[in-house]
Design a protein around this ligand. Structure first.
Ligand SMILES: [Zn+2]
Length: 429
């Protein structure tokens, strides 16, 4: 059977579709059965660009960047320096004083390099030098949560759920069971299949078992035979997408889990259903009565001695089985903002902005931002509100002393050894 587009059944000019837009993830996943123009390229203008632009502040915080572009996506911020407010486009915390001219919101002040300012003012008396190493800078960003309830985001989430589920089930044609969701993604018409999960327990389980800022996708068949996919976008809000009211016969895998992390690693489980996952897990545990300690970078657990390859991601099974069982039955979703959802959103956003994940990519980005050609000598500003950068300066120092090759694994080992910690590092004043 030749491969066809999952949206329209066309055989010609198929392309690789980024299931999650490239600018929103460091871990690429693709669906190869999507026709190039109508059902791949056009989605960018139809809804993806709007979402990507609105999420720029969040992707910056998580060090997520499109592999195609050179820079991180810019976002709008208000900065207060010496009591005067400036509005500017930022990408990251480290490019405020990059030589451009900042104009204050009330149009009474400007900041740039001393030479530039003297030239513009034409009078040295009117220019006051600023010591960037000792001034206090306050940064404010408006996070527009309206986008999380916007049609553009719902259509993008529906697209992610549909293309991912089809890829996992090796679907290479348009199936009539998916008519509604296809219509919704392509034209924004038909029944909206996307809703927001507002049970706090679901978020607690997800926070507990996955990394900061991950995308998580969970596919299952609910108790009434409906195919559903939950998309947890950047560890913020979780969306439930109804793919089909009745499961197509050819779709055999209906216990699916993927976590895409900001350090570009991923974890996946694929099984026919919850029972199949359950059996696999318990068979692995029971296949011998002699146990040994199995240890990898993330966990320590007892596994049967002599197992040639211990079951991969064994620690994930109990949580994902619980989650799926919960999702199959729970349905208290909303499509509109309300107090419960706003509280969940704010608390998840707080996690992301107050914590940060350290990986090779974040150090590389910091190096490029700070140590540009011909940069000024750097003195740490003790009044900075940017604690992450102080931490990163120290990391750069550590990496400089390192003898091994820099990988995420060797980097984490180095930082953990340095601080004699086995768990999270909390950076405070
Ligand atoms: Zn198509």
């Amino acid at each position: 059977m030749p491969e066809k587009c999952i949206y329209c059944g066309k055989e010609t000019d198929l392309s690789e579709s980024d299931i999650i837009p490239d600018a929103l993830t460091n871990a690429r996943i693709i669906n190869r059965c999507v026709c190039r123009i109508e059902h791949n390229n056009k989605f960018s203008d139809k809804f993806e660009s709007k979402v990507i632009e609105s999420l720029a502040f969040i992707t910056n915080e998580l060090d997520i960047k499109s592999s195609k572009g050179k820079n991180y996506a810019p976002y709008e911020a208000y900065i207060t320096i010496e009591g005067v407010e400036y509005k500017l486009a930022l990408h990251g915390d480290n490019n405020i004083f990059d030589g451009r001219v900042l104009k204050s919101v009330d149009n009474t002040h400007m900041i740039s390099t001393y030479e530039k300012m003297v030239k513009i003012a034409k009078d040295e008396q009117k220019v006051t030098p600023l010591d960037v190493n000792s001034i206090e800078i306050e940064k404010r960003v408006r996070v527009n949560n309206v986008i999380f309830f916007d049609d553009a985001l719902y259509r993008m989430v529906a697209k992610i759920a549909f293309e991912w589920y089809c890829a996992k089930n090796r679907i290479a044609d348009h199936l009539p069971e998916f008519d509604n969701i296809v219509r919704y993604i392509v034209d924004g018409e038909g029944e909206n299949p996307v809703s927001i999960i507002q049970e706090k327990q679901v978020y607690d389980m997800l926070n507990f078992s996955t990394n900061l800022g991950s995308h998580v996708l969970i596919g299952y068949e609910n108790k009434s035979g409906q195919v559903e996919v939950v998309v947890w976008l950047l560890g913020l809000l979780a969306y439930r997408v109804v793919l089909a009211h009745k499961k197509p016969n050819v779709c055999s895998d209906n216990f699916l889990f993927t976590e895409l992390r900001t350090d570009s690693s991923r974890r996946e489980l694929t099984h026919k259903n919850r029972e199949d996952a359950n059996n696999t897990f318990w068979n692995a545990l029971n296949s011998s009565d002699l146990y040994q300690i199995y240890e990898d970078a993330e966990l320590k657990m007892m596994v049967p001695r002599g197992m040639i390859a211990p079951l991969k991601y064994m620690d994930l099974y109990p949580t994902v089985m619980n989650l799926v069982q919960y999702l199959e039955n729970a349905n208290d979703d909303t499509k509109e903002p309300n107090e419960v959802v706003n509280d969940i959103f704010l608390s998840q956003l707080k996690n992301i902005t107050q914590a940060s994940s350290l990986h090779k990519k974040s150090v590389k980005r910091f190096m490029n931002d700070i140590f540009s050609d011909g940069h000024e000598p750097i003195i740490l500003n003790t009044k900075t509100s940017n604690k992450k950068s102080t931490m990163l300066f120290y990391c750069v120092f550590l990496v400089g002393k390192m003898k091994e090759e820099l990988t995420d694994y060797s980097f984490h080992k180095l930082v953990k050894n340095e601080f004699a910690l086995s768990e999270n590092i909390i950076v405070t004043d």
